[in-house]
Design a protein around this ligand. Structure first.
Ligand code: A2P
Length: 340
């Protein structure tokens, strides 16, 4: 934090304040009583003049400009990679520390990629920018960290069930609108996502690398897991899929550890894990669901069982659900800001 803010509570800016994550950033700052002396809301010219509620007041939204960061101590960016690439360096130059929710700087070796429950200490090495990881990476690996620490995970495979919120507020609206149209028997032309979303699932809407067959989202999960765990040798594979859910992602995960591990051990480790809540009621067949995870800070974990396809006893399968807008984005960013 700059010298000026050591004297008083920091000035905080949110870039992308009107977006799906931006609105949750405002709410997280308010709910967690983040100590700040000013909250500056920034978005595109389209939103200039709007107001958004914070702590019982309506705050104006201003257009993001090159001089928007004068006097700002902490800038939370969630307005896409292009905006981060252009404006985050300007914010740093003006004396702010940036917590960036885009993928623009995540794999930059100079930029720490932080999940506070996993690698809080990495944040201390920043040079002005700290990256907030991909939502699927955060939600899948936060519950895996306590396991990895006691019995290294050497291989991790996951399939994701990803909500509309990851593609922004417009995609959430597209899910609502297309569902309404479907139920009323009206035709609907999607504008945000590449395929019909109501009552459908499709492979994640990022480009597929023809060389590997993996799409961008899957590649992010793979690379970011290695960076956050500081374990370049962990073998990771992912299949990322969009499902017609509004705001919480779920994942089916199988891990293979270096030594044998039982479902009971995993359950015990996760019972005490920070940021995680066990939902593992076999009798009632009640396990993590996006509906329960939505608007909920902890990541729900359950369906913990030995993977019977690995008779060596090294593998366990589990299922998680976490709010993409909260722990997958805004909450994690605000937790990082709290460490500053
Ligand atoms: P705006 O609402 O004015 O378009 P989402 O991820 O939900 O789509 O939200 C994206 C956020 O990023 C919105 O707040 C949006 O503002 C903002 N944004 C998008 N492009 C720019 C830009 N070029 N400059 C500033 N803010 C931007």
């Amino acid at each position: 934090m700059s010298e000026r803010s050591s004297r008083s509570a920091p000035v905080v800016a949110i870039v992308g304040a009107t977006g799906a994550v931006g609105v949750e950033l405002i709410r997280c700052l308010e709910q967690r009583r983040f100590p700040l002396s000013e909250l500056r809301l920034l978005a595109s010219a389209r939103s200039a003049g709007k107001t958004l509620p914070f702590a019982g007041r309506q705050l104006p939204v201003r257009e993001l400009k090159e001089d928007s960061f004068q006097g700002v101590d902490i800038a939370l960016f969630s307005a896409g990679g292009g905006t981060s690439k252009r404006f985050a360096p300007l914010a740093v130059k003006a004396g702010a520390t940036v917590v960036d929710n885009s993928s623009a700087f995540r794999m930059d070796p100079q930029v720490p990629l932080v999940v506070p429950e996993i690698n809080a200490q990495a944040a201390r090495t920043h040079h002005g920018i700290i990256a907030n990881p991909n939502c699927c990476a955060i939600i899948s690996i936060t519950p895996l960290w306590p396991i990895h620490q006691v019995n290294r995970i050497r291989r991790l495979q996951m399939a994701t069930y990803q909500a509309a919120s990851g593609a922004g507020a417009a995609a959430m609206e597209e899910l609502r609108e297309s569902t309404r149209a479907y139920l009323e028997g009206r035709p609907y032309q999607q504008k945000v996502l590449p395929h019909p979303y109501a009552f459908n699932t499709f492979s994640h809407n990022t480009a597929v690398d023809p060389a590997t067959g993996y799409n961008d989202e899957e590649t992010k999960v793979i690379n970011e897991t290695r960076k956050i765990f500081a374990d370049p040798d962990i073998r990771v594979s992912a299949t990322c899929v969009r499902v017609p859910v509004l705001r919480a992602h779920s994942m089916a995960i199988t891990i293979e550890c270096e030594r044998p591990i039982s479902a009971a051990e995993v359950r015990e480790l996760l019972r005490r894990a920070p940021g995680v809540q066990l939902v593992d009621d076999v009798e009632r067949n009640y396990f993590p669901m996006p509906q329960d995870a939505s608007g909920h800070d902890p990541i729900l974990v359950g369906r913990i069982r030995s993977d019977i396809s690995d008779p060596s006893g090294h593998s366990v399968s589990l299922y998680v659900a976490g709010d993409q807008l909260l722990k997958g984005a805004a909450l994690n960013a605000v937790q990082i800001a709290e460490m500053l």
